[in-house]
Design a protein around this ligand. Sequence first.
Ligand SMILES: [Mn+2]
Length: 381
Amino acid sequence: MQFAHLADTHMGYRQYGLTERETDFFEVFDQAIEEIISERPDFAIHSGDLFEYSRPPTRALLTAQHGILKLKEAKIPIYAIAGNHDVVMRKNALPPQILYKDFGLKLISPNNPFYVIDDVFIGGSPYTSKYHSKALIERLESIEKSSQNYEKRILVLHQGIDRYIPYEYELKIGDVPQSFNYCAFGHIHERVVDDFGAGKLAYPGSTEIWRSNEVEGYKKNGKGFYLVDISGDIPEIENINLKLPREFIKKTILASKLQEELSRINQYISSLQEKPILMVTVEGGNFNRSEVYETLNQTLSDSCLTVRPNYHPTTIESEPNPFENGKEALNIKKMIEHNLKDFNSEKVNQLATGLLKELSDGDFKTAQTIAQNFYEDLYDH
Ligand SMILES: [Mn+2]
């Protein structure tokens, strides 16, 4: 008895406002469907965030429809829940997944908390905010009770758990019932496989790089879905990796070696089939940001889909305070750091001091990039 477990496909997401990136997410979804069909599992599970939004663009709806129809033709039923992106917060509102009911998608919802296929129990709940976690825990207890008499039991959730994301969780690991053979979870975009209770707990991760901080995880563990065999006592989990349409390149270069490094990057890019996304951090003492920005654009704008620059000056000089003769000058950077110390975040510090520097230099373009990068890194999952 085998099934495919995927999640966080985020269709409809247009990263950096680029249609090419929206298409990349569709391509990877198509690829996932093809791979699932070629593996011939008994069924498939999608653990939420099928779409980026609860009102997805028509092309996202169509891509999902094609994929789900193909699964239906291949006689692979798919079970799904709504994630935090595609859940509709209004009471009694329906998530977009419901559109595919007649195409064979089985929506796990508070009204239909479980299904049974060949004595396999598949139960779960859509994304629930931390604010309603008490109700979720009660629902989990009731789902666990309903599952008791079945040979194999799968729990489907789209939640953050404190063990894996200590700051943004809605559920504590101790609140997850332990009697399931397989916990088919979604929400965390990194791959996770853990021993848990009587079986395994797994997050397949997102199918594309949704935030630039997923690049390292992708290079280490790949992106895709799991093929799970629950025939034995302990589920066997196989990684199925998908081929992402384009590369994400992250480079840190010294301002003094800019031209040299950029031509080396361009040489590498010429070996690629698709234009990559380049995240470049320029380091070094005193360099003119506008000039560096111009050089980056001139050298790379043809070879890259987009260039996302970041500047890390080693020093930020403080203005001498004319009113404090002889005393130590007022250090705005230190003041910001002091006032932000309760946030305990290096990133907030960098944002504030970076904005201060760029805005006082009048470099609004760079200030905008700094703010954008900050928020893109902030909203994970
Ligand atoms: Mn997600």
